[in-house]
Design a protein around this ligand. Structure first.
Ligand SMILES: NC(=O)c1ccc[n+]([C@@H]2O[C@H](COP(=O)([O-])OP(=O)(O)OC[C@H]3O[C@@H](n4cnc5c(N)ncnc54)[C@H](O)[C@@H]3O)[C@@H](O)[C@H]2O)c1
Length: 366
């Protein structure tokens, strides 16, 4: 059994509720004798020897009055979180949620709040800081990333804010030999991966793309926030569609076409593709996708944090290429990496020959 990942989280929202409860559900399945290769919804039962339930929460930051200052177990189930309560007993996590960096002036490395975050990351002996704040807070993403770097803690950016794509931050993480994983997780079976695959299929079959759109609706805080703060998400979703042979200039993406409270943590997406086939005759595709939105995130976060922890344990800094396919906007951009690069990245994290510095393709050196 691998050592548990010592995980710190910034933002105790729906993603964290899905991650915490899901990891416990897999632990329960394992105790009931289910083999990890039969776990539903898990592609890689182990990454770097780490299983999906080898997880300990050691620090947490949030600013919401229902969460800040409260025990982790209460905060993670507190409103406005609305991920469903899974049928599993949850262990007591001995962590109180700390206030973190609430305002832009807290991002100053000399501010008391910034110093406290660095200290708490060090004291908790966190290996990974998972950044899972609402979209649109570029200052906060950079500030938490700088605090993690100072504490020598690997950083995973769930959001479309530019962190791993920042040449300065990436170079600083490479130099310090600390992993930096980002940006923006590509959900397990989300609109981006489905849209990307269908556009790729159209091109592979030789049809011409005329136009396409993607509309997303949901009833959680992410969808409420994205109505106003969807700019960075829209661009990141377009980045996720970029691939050879597909011209996305006539593709529109609406990250939150509406906040529909009764959908709670379900996301509904509508996808349309209009193409031209033989003799210019039209082909039209409309598709509806409905998912449990935060399970869709946690199913990928579990890989991102295992990649970050495995890289860190091998003393490898910078961007780990194994993370490319589970990100919308990876450092360096999708076209830079082949499927072989990604598999090689995993082999080097997993394999017996895993040695410091040879499983990470640092974006700046490629
Ligand atoms: N659900 C998905 O499939 C998916 C996919 C890709 C990216 N994401 C992104 O992941 C992020 C988190 O999603 P979520 O559904 O958990 O969101 P959420 O709104 O449920 O949680 C965000 C949490 O961050 C807290 N917060 C706000 N400002 C803070 C600060 N300054 N410091 C510390 N905490 C702060 C909020 O109080 C809240 O608890 C979003 O940016 C979302 O766009 C989600």
């Amino acid at each position: 059994m691998a050592e548990h990942i010592r995980l710190a989280v910034a933002g105790v929202g729906n993603n964290i509720s899905a991650l915490f409860q899901g990891a416990e559900l897999y632990r329960k399945l394992s105790a009931e004798g289910v083999s990890e290769s039969d776990f539903p919804g898990v592609k890689r039962p182990r990454i770097g020897g780490i299983s999906v339930s080898d997880l300990s929460f050691v620090a947490a930051f949030d600013i919401h009055p229902n969460k800040s200052g409260r025990p982790f177990n209460e905060a993670v189930l507190a409103e406005p979180n609305n991920y469903p309560r899974l049928d599993v007993e949850l262990p007591q996590v001995p962590v109180t949620v700390q206030p973190g960096l609430a305002r832009e002036e807290h991002a100053e490395p000399t501010s008391e709040q910034f110093r406290t975050v660095v200290e708490q990351l060090r004291e908790s002996r966190a290996e990974v800081l998972l950044y899972s704040l609402p979209t649109g807070l570029q200052w906060a993403a950079e500030a938490y990333a700088r605090a993690a770097l100072e504490a020598g803690v690997a950083f995973v950016n769930c959001t479309p804010e530019v962190v791993a794509r920042s040449p300065q931050l990436l170079a600083a993480y490479e130099e310090a030999k600390v992993p930096l994983v980002g940006d923006d997780l590509a959900s397990h079976f989300g609109t981006s991966v489905v849209h990307r695959a269908l556009l790729g299929l159209l091109s592979e079959r030789g049809l011409t793309l005329d136009s396409s759109y993607q509309l997303n609706l949901g009833g959680n805080e992410d969808f409420r926030n994205l109505r106003e703060q969807g700019g960075s998400k829209r661009q990141s979703k377009l980045n996720a569609l970029a691939q050879e042979g597909v011209d996305t200039s006539n593709v529109e993406v609406i990250p939150s076409a509406g906040y529909v409270p009764h959908l709670r943590d379900h996301k509904v997406a509508m996808l349309n593709i209009e193409g031209l086939g033989w003799a210019g005759t039209p082909v039209s595709l409309d598709l509806k996708l409905k998912v449990q939105d935060s399970s869709n995130a946690a199913g990928v976060i579990i890989d991102l944090i295992r990649i970050a922890a495995a890289s860190s344990r091998l003393n490898r800094g910078g961007f780990p290429v194994a993370a490319v396919r589970v990100l919308k906007s990876p450092a360096g951009g999708h076209p830079k990496y082949t499927a072989e690069d990604v598999e090689e990245g995993f082999r080097k994290l997993d394999g017996p020959g895993a040695a410091p510095q040879d499983g990470v393709l640092e974006a700046s050196s490629r």
